[in-house]
Design a protein. Sequence first.
Length: 204
Amino acid sequence: QDLIVVREEMVALTPGGSRLVTCRAFCCEAPNHSPDPGATYRTGAPGTDELQRVAHAIAAGRYPDHLAQHAIWVVSDGHDLAGMGALDGTVDDTLRHALARITGLPPPTYTVRFADDPHRACSGRPEAIQRDLRVGLPSGGLVTLVVVDREGRIVRTLLAREVFAPGDHRIPVELDVLDWPPGRYALHLHTSADPGVHRMPFAL
């Protein structure tokens, strides 16, 4: 199991001296097991340019472990950038934007949750798509929310002409996508107050 070290520290040493330092390191082989407690490691080869850029981006901030780990897997294993979670207006967005620049992918506007796999550090199999939708209905109205595939066919209906009271509403979406075929999909939101369609694409 390869790990990449992301913590930087300047260490002053006298000639012939030594010092014990604590490393912060993350898995960069998602299909493998996590290391056993007490496992020893040998020095490996330098990471790719992209991995090194991700490591520097992580070292530059104070990010939670789960966010940093998914940032590594985006580059090392080709995982969806949305595994880092949707942009949420917090300091964590700094790392999400950094990964978008490094990979050339758009910043995530939704969250992907991956299925558990006891034999892997991370399965990489999308289990659910999560997103909060916001809609304003000054006079109230009917709301329809569907999922369409790339050809525009409806594959799931989440709301069917549901009555909403006047005001601003937050609609939390938790869409089970386990074992859906890979491809491009979109959430389509229709309201009786607006003839247009609010389209929010996602990919599996």
